[in-house]
Design a protein around this ligand. Sequence first.
Ligand SMILES: Cc1cc2nc3c(=O)[nH]c(=O)nc-3n(C[C@H](O)[C@H](O)[C@H](O)COP(=O)(O)OP(=O)(O)OC[C@H]3O[C@@H](n4cnc5c(N)ncnc54)[C@H](O)[C@@H]3O)c2cc1C
Length: 429
Amino acid sequence: MKTYDIIVIGGGMMGTSCAYYLTQEGLKVALIERGDIAGGTVSHTDGYIGASEKQPGVDSMQGAESMKLFDEMRKTFDYDFEYATNENDDPIGFVYFCDSEFEFEKAKEQVAKNQALGIEQYAVDPYILQQLEPNCAKDLTGGMWVPKDGAVCPFRVAFGFVEEAKKTGLLDVFTRTEVLDIKQDPNTKAVQGVVTDKGEFAAPKVVNAAGCWAPFIGAMVGMEVPIEPRFGQLTVSEKTGKITQNRLALEYGYYLTKFFQDGERPIDPLVKAYNVCLNITSDITGNTVVGGCRLFRGFSIKSEYRIISAVAQRGIRYYPMLKDFNCIRSFAGIRPFSLDHLPIVSDVEEVPGFYMACGHEGDGITLGPITGKLISQYATGKPLQFELAKELAWSRWQGRDIAAYKKKEEENSKALKAVEEAYLASLEK
Ligand SMILES: Cc1cc2nc3c(=O)[nH]c(=O)nc-3n(C[C@H](O)[C@H](O)[C@H](O)COP(=O)(O)OP(=O)(O)OC[C@H]3O[C@@H](n4cnc5c(N)ncnc54)[C@H](O)[C@@H]3O)c2cc1C
């Protein structure tokens, strides 16, 4: 039987990053993916990276730490992962639009908190907003600018991790190979390896980097993992040229709805029914990519045409010139949503040799590097990359009532469904 120092389950952003950083520590690693590398959520996503789309504190700080690693990677990787930069080689930045005093106040609060943490972020008045994004609507209340946030090509980052890790000769990659079970010592519960549909592999350490499917892997070692799939959908326009100037423009409601606190946005019933908020970028290809939404649809990744209409409507609200362009395609994905809004990154005391690298919801592209780095430090007993890392540990769930978290999520999900159903009923009248 093939034997490794550590086996990583899942060839998405987290799994490939873990594989890379673990090989950098000199460990012999097997990466096991049931489909193809980057075939999961990481290829149904945008590639925006940064600290701003997260709650101030450990959440925004892990984003800032990961950005430092991206900066290192772009200098050291031979594999190009399309890190978007401007002529000064800086990331091109995010701009947020506030459509009410409520949103502008919330944005100012966020700016104050993140600035205190050393994250560069500014509240801007409507005049500055127009300088930053000349094509945006003229009647906005204000905005927020985050010059150091940027973008990458997500699946190229995953391929890049694999290609760079292979250079050490310490990585074996098994695609089209599904993990069916995890072997454990019956007395100590320590992991001993994995059982797959292609045979068994031995290792004293195993990483759960299975994204939305992490609960199924956790169940193999008796864990209840509080992660649910949270649906998102993006629409691509025909060639528009450069409508947005920054790497990403978003309505501030995008940030607020992520954390279920959007107040009452001044929006159309269609937009409300599908919980749609604008994020938009004119890509290097000349197409404009517009999103998005947050819904609970189980594991479905089927695009829905009403969401395309709602996204288009939101796009036109903020960039009126979009009304003259057609959509050419749409795609959807599921975010691995951890029920307390923070990823789970650590070892697992009750299952020796088992590690969690999952639950990154809408931030897994940003957080790929820091997650892999932290797992490599847990696995080798080295000091952790940043001081707040312990707040991401699995141990925070010990003693929590997971059923209560699930119930709350079900209520949120039902409330969203009720708004959608009321909208659909109104169409029939
Ligand atoms: C519409 C949308 C937009 C987004 N935009 C952004 C963004 O701009 N910036 C950002 O930072 N994040 C964004 N995200 C979030 C980001 O895409 C995810 O957080 C990230 O891709 C999760 O990576 P992962 O490695 O955890 O999961 P995945 O990429 O899903 O990888 C998990 C892998 O595990 C494999 N697997 C599962 N079970 C098994 C098994 N039993 N055996 C073997 N393999 C298995 C799966 O096949 C899969 O390939 C977005 C998400 C969506 C849906």
